[in-house]
Design a protein around this ligand. Structure first.
Ligand SMILES: Cc1ncc(COP(=O)(O)O)c(C=O)c1O
Length: 430
């Protein structure tokens, strides 16, 4: 039996099966990684263009970050929130500096799920209203509340649903009713939001919560004026705005630190996780002072604000600043988008390519069949890329969206290598 087969057999005996690894019968068993590469247990090298789900933001085992994490590990590892450490304060100051508008006070946890839980709690306590409106095709995490917020059937388990969470139409132009222009899709979304508030609530809400670009939903980019149209409706119902930047944060969308800055609206709360710590477990909720102060009473997170995580995350953000990752995302994202558009013209299985910065998607469809999603071919494509040495992600409610999200400091050379493999793999599965 090969080493991989042995590990997989043991894995199946001791792990919950629900967390299914990618690549079916041939999963990748990771051994070690450096910068843009990851090696499997059999010694094969892969160019990583998914970064552990948009999380390894500036390269695996990045030397500068590892050095600072190690130094902190040897200095002070853990206190919990009952004692203060300066590195936590420095990170909060940095997050407040780089986020837009009046966002100022942070609460640190260990995951995006917890960051969103904290955001919803703060919104409910600030407004005194329990209703949260969020978008279809959203993914918000894996707690009971976060599964209620998530609007994708495969990710909703356990049968317990928060009755105060309402979902409205998302601006998914590619799958909108046939023939609609992006402007008409925005009209439809605004109308659905108004009707949901008028019919499914008492007319008042706590918050509208949305990802600036839906991530697990399949990198769904809204039309330019979508958020500007939605926000007055939210405010008129007394709601505040929670921007879930777990995937879009830290320059990923190009040109700005936060995805929402592209859309001309100001959130009252923002949540981060994933790429913020380059692989260190972190969740961060930042809010305007009055919203943060409304979360009055006792709450704490044992590992939230852990000095090692704080040091790793601060090192990651400082590395991003020094290397202008928002700028690199814009440049390399444009390079990728251009190639993807060529593939859309060349391969009939490509229904649409879309994205911003280093968050680009290919939606795979059945050619000549009304853009019906093709999940099996999507899986075959991603598997083929892996066999050719390139790691990509999957997503979308129908499992037919390829997600491409390399490290924020990706080079032009690696981008070209990846795009060559994508072209070859598209040809092979077409
Ligand atoms: C937009 C978004 N929010 C929240 C989460 C939950 O984050 P975590 O898995 O760290 O709990 C995710 C995870 O994929 C996400 O994509």
């Amino acid at each position: 039996m090969s080493k991989s087969a042995d590990i997989m057999q043991r894995y199946r005996e001791v792990m919950f099966p629900a967390a299914t690894p990618y690549h079916g019968d041939n999963p990748l068993i990771a051994d070690h990684a450096k910068d843009q590469y990851i090696w499997d247990i059999e010694g094969r090298r892969y160019l990583d263009f998914f970064g552990g789900i948009l999380t390894v933001s500036v390269g695996h085992c990045n030397d500068e970050i590892t050095e600072r994490a190690l130094a902190q590990l040897q200095k002070l590892q853990h206190t919990s929130t009952i004692y203060v450490n300066e590195i936590m304060v420095r990170l909060a100051e940095k997050v407040a500096e780089l986020t837009p508008g009046r966002l100022q006070k942070c609460f640190f946890t260990n995951s995006g799920t917890e960051a969103n839980e904290t955001a919803v709690l703060a919104a409910r306590m600030y407004t005194g209203n329990p209703v949260i409106i969020t978008l279809r095709h959203a993914y918000s995490g894996r707690s009971m509340l976060a599964m209620s917020l998530s609007a994708q059937q495969p990710w909703r388990l356990g049968g317990v649903v928060d009755p105060y969470v309402k979902h409205v139409r998302n601006p998914y132009t590619f799958r909108a009713p046939k023939g609609m222009t992006p402007e008409q899709v925005v009209d439809l979304c605004a109308q659905d939001l108004e009707e949901t508030i008028a019919t499914g609530t008492e007319g008042r809400i706590a918050a509208f919560m949305a990802e600036p670009i839906q991530g697990a939903g399949g990198f769904i980019v809204p039309p330019e004026d979508y958020f500007r149209r939605i926000m007055p409706i939210v405010k008129a119902a007394g709601g505040i705005f929670i921007a879930d930047e777990v995937q879009t944060g830290w320059g990923r969308t190009g040109g700005h630190w936060c995805g929402i800055e592209h859309w001309g609206v100001e959130p009252d709360i923002m949540t981060f996780a994933k790429g913020m710590g380059n692989g260190s477990p972190i969740g961060c909720t930042i809010a305007s002072p009055e919203v943060a102060d409304a979360l009055a009473g006792l709450t704490f997170s044992t590992f939230g604000g852990n000095p090692v995580t704080m040091a790793t995350t601060l090192a990651t953000i400082e590395y991003m600043e020094a290397h202008d990752t928002p700028g690199n995302c814009a440049v390399q994202g444009a390079r990728m988008a251009e190639r993807l558009a060529e593939f859309a013209a060349e391969f009939p299985i490509v229904g649409e390519t879309r994205g911003m910065g280093l968050m680009q998607a290919i939606e795979i469809v059945q050619p000549g069949n009304n853009n019906q999603p093709d999940a099996p071919r999507t899986a075959a494509f991603v598997d083929t890329c892996k066999e050719m040495g390139l790691l990509l992600g999957k997503g979308g409610l129908y499992g037919n969206v390829v997600r491409i999200a390399p490290h924020l400091n990706v080079s032009a050379e690696d981008m070209d290598t990846a795009m060559e493999i994508v072209a070859k793999a598209l040809a092979e599965v077409s």
